[in-house]
Design a binder for this molecule. Structure first.
Ligand code: G3P
Ligand code: MG
Length: 224
């Protein structure tokens, strides 16, 4: 089970405080979204713009990291960097799903910067790298062929197993309307306990949820 953008049911999305709390509560995994600042620092935010989730305005890539840090999330923390999150989870019993947010802005070179940082960090589990933008994953594969890559899509996939094999993926991350359970798949975003129980019983590889505390209860009930 992956905390989608951390624990947005209780903390601002993609906030370090939410990631930290989820780790302390024993979550299996954390999903988060990565962009690059103007000076090529990977930072964690869902949108390409800072307007919705901070007290600032504008595109992430128009600010240097130092400039970006002046803006605040709703809990008054600055926009987290990938380096901060890697430090937070290093040595902890949690898996990361790192989503490259490259479907709208491609941030040339983001793959190498991110891979280098991840490879320099001692993590207990291999990172799952995901993106809606398949070329990003193909670039990553050239840099690090042995990592785990999952393509994200909210569209129906006609032949998922063939797609996974052809693109050398580890699996697909599908919107919960599109779950097919025919390949390794993780499903987003699942906050309904009935849907979650159904998916868990189908044996999906994982779910992304905004409310992992409730979903952990569902998991425990199914185990009893
Ligand atoms: O990785 C699953 C999910 O995060 C994909 O959608 O828009 O929430 O990043 P989004
Ligand atoms: Mg995401």
């Amino acid at each position: 089970m992956f905390g989608h953008r951390g624990y947005p049911a209780r903390f601002p999305e993609n906030a370090l405080a939410g990631f930290e709390y989820a780790c302390e509560q024993g979550i299996d995994g954390l999903e988060f979204d990565v962009h690059l600042t103007a000076d090529r620092v990977p930072v964690i935010m869902h949108d390409e713009r800072i307007d919705r989730t901070t007290d600032g305005r504008g595109r992430i890539d128009q600010y240097t990291f130092e400039q970006l840090r002046h803006f605040r999330l709703a809990n008054a923390e600055p926009v987290p960097s990938l380096a901060e999150l890697l430090k937070l989870v290093s040595g902890r019993d949690v898996q990361l799903d790192l989503e490259f947010k490259t479907d709208k802005i491609q941030y040339p070179g983001i793959e190498a910067v991110v891979m280098q940082m991840v490879h320099a960090t001692a993590l207990r589990y291999p990172v799952i790298f995901s993106s809606f933008h398949l070329p990003t994953l193909k670039t990553c594969q050239r840099l690090a062929p042995n990592e785990s890559y999952c393509w994200l899509t909210d569209k129906p996939v006609a032949h998922p197993a063939a797609l996974v094999a052809r693109e050398h993926l580890s699996g697909l991350h599908l919107h919960h309307f599109q779950s097919q359970a025919s390949v390794t798949e993780r499903i987003w975003t699942v906050d309904n306990p009935v849907v979650a129980a159904d998916l868990m019983e189908q044996g999906v590889a994982g779910i992304f949820t905004d409310d992992f505390v409730t979903m952990m209860q569902v998991k425990r009930q199914l185990a009893n």
